[in-house]
Write a protein that binds this ligand. Structure first.
Ligand code: DLL
Length: 433
């Protein structure tokens, strides 16, 4: 099923026209309503009338998270506060949080975006959907909540926190759809296991997972353990929250809601566009937002776009998996390391649970990387030789993928801390030294 065939399946030429006219309107709007952008454009000698079609987007200034911090809290708002009906903020671990304001019209766009996300995963009005993203300043909870209501399905605002209760709700309320982070989906399967509840006995059919990167192996794991189909949903608070891009039944890249959010892939160093299909930093312009529209927001997410037609019939471009962030990339002994590389090695080996932790440290002048991973109970052993052999096997595989040696620490099942939200997979102790 497709939520909005008119918009999701329009010809690429038609969509380009729509994007061009929306971009013209947007630039005129921010020029007159956001001093931040007017100043930037004036410094570049750029007038709204210089933007004629979507290809002119490359002339526009960038926006960074730092800009949002510098103008904290409301400096990026284009609409007066009396027209803002909701605020969210990202959980900044360093410095000030970034604040996002929505007008009524922005919330309507967001609801539509989420309705597309859920419909593409096979959800419909008769579904009962549990939203297990955090409710509050985080965009996941309320974002999904109002999207589910908008499409007419039944929403259960479970939020995070009490996982056993969540499992009981899944069972007792006949919940058919789940919206949570991928790591929490896995955790719920463990809780079910402990409670002696067989996921196959539940009504669950699909899950909309996002908020953090996950790999194809993790998808397989979640689908098998929870007996459902798992679909990716990508988004970030600065742009809208969840609902920027979403997977369809093909589960092969996430369709970008391009009529509202325009994606570019740029080289993070030169900020020039990469050839179509190549990997680089995702940069997004909000084409229709009125509360806090952003021009060319640098997401720092490293990924690529797939322009090939999709058998599902949607024509909006597909976002490939997020390979990492240009700012969470670790440089260990001069080598770039993405945590997702370690994850793919671990998930490829049946001996391990998909729970791991990277600990980066500096001993003397040498960087060190320790990978802690949980051994599945059926492979756990008191035999030293068995454990040593398993350690060596993982260590060798990591070396071949990462090109650096990692110390491997095997830990018991369930010993790595679980979170209801995004899991913390990296501890970089060098930052403190
Ligand atoms: O995580 C919004 C969201 C909520 C998306 C629920 C999907 C589902 P932020 O907290 O601002 O917003 O974090 C945004 O998380 O730039 C990516 O690095 C990462 N991220 C989000 N979704 C995905 C995904 C929400 N599906 C940041 N795959 C983004 C990989 C993701 N990374």
């Amino acid at each position: 099923m497709i939520w909005n065939e008119n918009k999701e399946c329009m010809s690429r030429d038609e969509r380009r026209e729509l994007q061009s006219s929306r971009l013209r309107k947007l630039v005129d709007y921010v020029y007159h309503n956001t001093p931040f952008y007017r100043n930037k454009m004036q410094a570049m000698n750029l007038l709204p009338s210089d933007i004629k079609d979507i290809d002119d987007i490359v002339k526009l200034p960038f926006t960074t998270k730092q800009d949002l911090r510098d103008t904290y809290p409301y400096g990026m708002f284009a609409a007066p506060i009396r027209d803002i009906v909701r605020l969210h903020a990202s959980t900044g671990t360093t410095g000030k949080p970034t604040v996002v304001g929505y007008t009524r019209q922005d919330l309507a766009v967001w609801q539509e975006a989420i309705a597309r996300v859920i419909t593409a995963a096979g959800g419909a009005r008769q579904d009962i959907i549990s939203v297990g993203y955090g409710y509050g300043l985080f965009t996941g909870g309320l974002g999904f909540h109002y999207g589910v209501e908008h499409m007419g399905a039944t929403v259960i605002p479970t939020s995070t926190g009490n996982s056993e209760k969540h499992v009981r709700l899944l069972r007792d309320f006949g919940i058919t759809g789940l919206a949570v982070t991928p790591s929490y989906a896995l955790y719920l399967s463990e809780v079910m296991d402990k409670m002696g509840i067989d996921p196959a006995s539940l009504q669950l059919r699909f899950a909309n997972l996002g908020g953090e990167p996950w790999s194809p192996q993790m998808r397989k794991d979640i689908e098998q353990k929870l007996h459902l189909k798992a679909y990716n949903c990508y988004g970030l608070s600065e742009i809208v929250g969840p609902g920027v891009a979403y997977e369809c039944e093909e589960q092969n890249g996430s369709h970008f809601n391009e009529d509202h959010f325009y994606p570019e892939i740029l080289c993070p160093d030169t900020l020039q566009p990469v050839p179509a299909g190549d990997t680089g930093e995702l940069v997004i312009t909000t084409l229709t937002k009125t509360g806090m529209p952003l021009l060319r927001y640098r997401t720092k997410d490293i990924t690529s776009l797939d322009y090939a037609p999709c058998p599902c019939g949607r024509t909006n471009v597909r976002l490939n998996a997020i390979l990492g962030r240009s700012d969470d990339m670790l440089i260990i002994r001069g080598i770039n390391v993405y945590p997702s590389q370690v994850e793919s090695v671990i998930l490829d080996m049946p001996e391990f649970e998909p729970h791991y932790l990277l600990i980066v440290d500096r001993v003397g002048i040498l960087d060190s990387l320790e990978v802690q991973v949980e051994v599945r109970s059926e492979y756990y052993s008191d035999e030293l030789s068995t454990i040593l052999a398993l350690k060596k096997k993982l260590s060798d595989r990591l070396k071949s993928v990462l090109s650096i040696k990692a110390a491997v620490k095997l830990v018991e099942p369930n010993s790595i801390e679980r979170t209801a939200g995004k899991s913390k997979r990296v501890i970089d102790k060098r930052e403190l030294k």
